[in-house]
Ligand binder design. Structure first.
Ligand SMILES: Cc1cc2nc3c(=O)[nH]c(=O)nc-3n(C[C@H](O)[C@H](O)[C@H](O)COP(=O)(O)O)c2cc1C
Ligand code: SF4
Ligand code: SF4
Length: 285
């Protein structure tokens, strides 16, 4: 029997870098197996995304698409859900959603990504959630999810790729049941549905430019993952903002003021309420 050659694609968004780390571990493992891998970070480079989607449309071999999102306000990022909607129909398309989460709750990200991928015609054959340091808590000494992803998480991801590749050797790869991704208790899932990024943006603290210290250097513009900032001549926030707070965190002058302290308590309360077992886990059929 000749082995089918799968081409792999990795799409992800990673404002603070942990989802990028996961994507890199997956890429490295796939390459160690001599797989052809195309990696595309979502957010800024729209031309690259269009090109990669075009390439995905045109190739005739079976494909495996890994799609990664941080959990934001109980869901995958809207731009990742939009990307799933744009994936071309494939006769042999397999998908592996993965999510990084900041220790509050991984919530509905994997179940929603899984359902959307299935609706798009992709067979979901595995998934993963990986605990990561909470990206709103960088000012704290002991943030939730501190020290993650770590080496054990990387090994888990290696196992994920091993299992996916082993499964793809079958003429009919095993499919992951959507039920497996619906691991949140349904009453809690219903509560989680009431939150989303739009609502969170209204709750998160305002950011104010301190004109005394801002040097108009443009670093915040460069570091914004979704082109939501312009200098005019001071930084101005626009609608695509996803509230990642990169601009605040990475400004060399501390020129964008905000007070995240009320949010810390809220994050810890959500972690307490969700009591999510298995901080990092891979899901296999
Ligand atoms: C606006 C915002 C909302 C977030 N919401 C959640 C959440 O609902 N649950 C959670 O566990 N972590 C949440 N996080 C933390 C991120 O999911 C986590 O830090 C993730 O690893 C960030 O990925 P990145 O490093 O690729 O940006 C949130 C972070 C931000 C900035
Ligand atoms: S990075 Fe800081 S100093 Fe530079 S333009 Fe942005 S707010 Fe101003
Ligand atoms: S404007 Fe700031 S908070 Fe909004 S997406 Fe860009 S970097 Fe993130």
């Amino acid at each position: 029997m000749t082995e089918k050659i799968y081409k792999s694609f990795i799409f992800y968004c990673s404002p603070a870098g942990t989802t990028r780390h996961v994507a890199k571990v997956v890429e490295r493992k796939l390459k160690s197996k001599k797989r052809e891998v195309t990696v595309c970070e979502i957010g800024k480079n729209k031309e690259q995304l269009t090109r990669v989607l075009q390439n995905l449309t045109e190739i005739e071999e079976p494909v495996t698409v890994y799609i990664g999102s941080p959990v934001y306000a109980s869901h995958a990022l809207p731009l990742i859900m939009d990307l799933i909607e744009r994936l071309p129909a494939k006769s042999q398309g397999y998908a592996v959603p993965f999510a990084t989460w900041g220790g509050a709750t991984s919530a509905l990200a994997l179940e929603e990504m899984g359902a959307a991928l299935t609706a798009r015609g992709y067979s979901v054959i595995a998934a993963a959630k990986i605990l990561a340091v909470h990206s709103l808590m960088w000012q704290l000494e002991n943030p939730v999810g501190s020290g993650h992803p770590d080496a054990a998480n990387d090994r888990l991801l290696d196992d994920l790729v091993d299992a996916v590749e082993k499964n793809l050797v079958h003429s009919e790869p095993l499919i992951l049941s959507q039920k497996v991704l619906e691991y949140q208790p349904r009453a809690m899932a219903a509560e989680m549905l009431k939150l989303n990024l739009q609502i969170a943006k209204g709750i998160l603290p305002q950011r104010t430019i301190n004109h005394e210290v801002c040097t108009q250097c443009g670093e915040c513009v460069t570091q914004c993952p979704v082109e939501a900032l312009t200098l005019a001549p001071w930084p101005v926030f626009a609608e695509p903002c996803i509230s990642c707070f990169n601009c605040v965190r990475l400004c060399p002058e501390n020129g964008i003021e905000t007070d995240l302290t009320p949010i810390y308590q809220r994050i810890r309360e959500r972690a307490q309420a969700a009591q999510e077992g298995a901080p990092s886990q891979i899901y296999l059929p």
